[in-house]
Design a protein around this ligand. Structure first.
Ligand code: NAD
Length: 351
């Protein structure tokens, strides 16, 4: 029987609430699909500052580096807001230590939650499911910066290997989805985008089954709200991905539902909900655990190659929503709600 090593970093606030649920669901999936998981907990964020005086202890880095994947809750909270060492430094540190260069954020609208979307229902249609693949370690956020008395500048630079490896992630993701990839750039103006486009076209030769198209970022921003169904996977640079992934997320309308994956070369990945530590609701059994449970499904898909178990979790989430169960963040006025633990239990039961 296959055994996977998973590092579990619960972090702060609702991190422990939602990660505990997701671990339970993952255990149930392992049992059903006949693989084993060894979970090892590590400290990160505010709790690591409290216990070890640093947001990312060395042993946490080693634990993650020797695991097959990492499950993370969230970090931060008012308790640490005025300290010189911030919990968020733990997040940046672990991303760097693991070499996570690709950020994957799906935006899925469950039919049962269509009313939460700010878009009209005829635009949302059925089964809207977009994946934004964002380059995470290059581009304008990391290029040379300069400031003078009357100017400031940032540099957008991409190397061929950087574009090649993120393009590959985009195509691989498309291969296990609907086999459609949109590469977003600004090749009419930017030299780095012209290189991006050339390399994406080169990588495409290895993926003849994937339909590739190119789109300028300004048009992509419009098309996302005009006709989101035209997209399956979007692959783009760091800055464009930052903006478009938030836009795509807002189409779904519910922060408690959004998972994410950050991938390194090979199979290593860090999986976490998009939301933060929500200190206002921590420990009260009201946080929505679905974003973290869907992050576990992504882990099964992208790091562990357990596609059936991943789909089973996604189907179980869908079923529970179809049956009308809601945590308070996704409930409409008058709808009865369930707590964090009950939502986790229902999803497990539906596996
Ligand atoms: P947040 O995402 O924590 O919360 C925003 C709002 O959404 C709050 O009202 C919260 O109650 C609600 N919410 C978030 N997740 C929810 C869930 N699963 N179920 C139900 N409701 C949910 O963002 P914030 O308030 O801006 O930040 C709070 C703390 O989290 C800060 O310390 C911030 O630095 C940190 N943060 C961490 C991460 C991360 O760890 N990746 C990301 C964003 C913010």
């Amino acid at each position: 029987m296959k055994t996977y090593k998973i590092a579990v970093l619960k972090g702060d606030g609702i991190g422990p609430d939602v990660v505990n649920c997701a671990v339970d669901v993952l255990k149930a999936a392992a049992e059903k699909y006949h693989f084993q998981i060894e979970f090892t907990e590590g400290l990160i964020g505010g709790i690591a500052i409290d216990e070890k005086n640093m947001p990312l202890p060395e042993e946490t880095i080693t634990l993650c580096q020797t695991s097959d994947a990492v499950l993370l809750g969230a970090v931060g909270g008012p308790k640490w807001d005025n300290q010189s060492v911030r919990p968020e430094a733990g997040l940046l540190g672990i991303r760097k230590a693991l070499g996570l260069f690709a950020n994957l954020r799906p935006a899925i609208i469950y039919d049962a939650l269509k009313q939460a979307s700010p878009l009209k229902s005829d635009i949302i249609g059925d089964n809207l499911d977009i994946l934004v693949v964002r380059e995470l370690t290059g581009g304008i956020y990391f290029g040379k910066k300069e400031k003078g008395d009357d100017y400031a500048m940032d540099t957008m630079k991409y190397t061929i290997p950087e574009v090649r490896r993120i393009a590959k992630v985009g195509f691989e993701a498309a291969m296990i989805r609907d086999k459609r990839l949109t590469s977003v750039d600004k090749a009419n103006v930017l030299e780095s985008s012209r290189l991006w486009r050339r390399i994406v076209n080169e990588v495409a030769i290895n993926y003849p089954e994937v339909t590739l198209n190119h789109m300028y970022v300004d048009n992509a921003a419009m098309q996302l709200v005009k006709d989101p169904h035209q997209f399956d996977v979007i692959v783009t640079t760091n800055m464009f991905g930052d903006i478009l992934s938030d836009e795509a997320a807002m189409i779904t309308g519910s922060i408690g539902m959004l998972p994410s994956a950050s991938l390194a070369e090979g199979k290593m990945g860090l999986y976490e909900p998009v939301h933060g530590s929500a200190p206002d609701i921590a420990g009260k059994d009201i946080a929505n655990p679905i974003a973290t449970i869907l992050s576990v499904a992504m882990m099964l898909k992208y790091s562990l190659d357990e596609q059936s178990a991943a789909s089973a979790i996604e189907d179980a989430v869908n079923k529970v929503l179809e049956e009308g169960y809601r945590t308070s963040d996704i409930a409409r006025k008058g709808e009865t709600t369930v707590g964090t633990l009950e939502m986790g239990r229902l999803i497990k039961e539906n596996l």
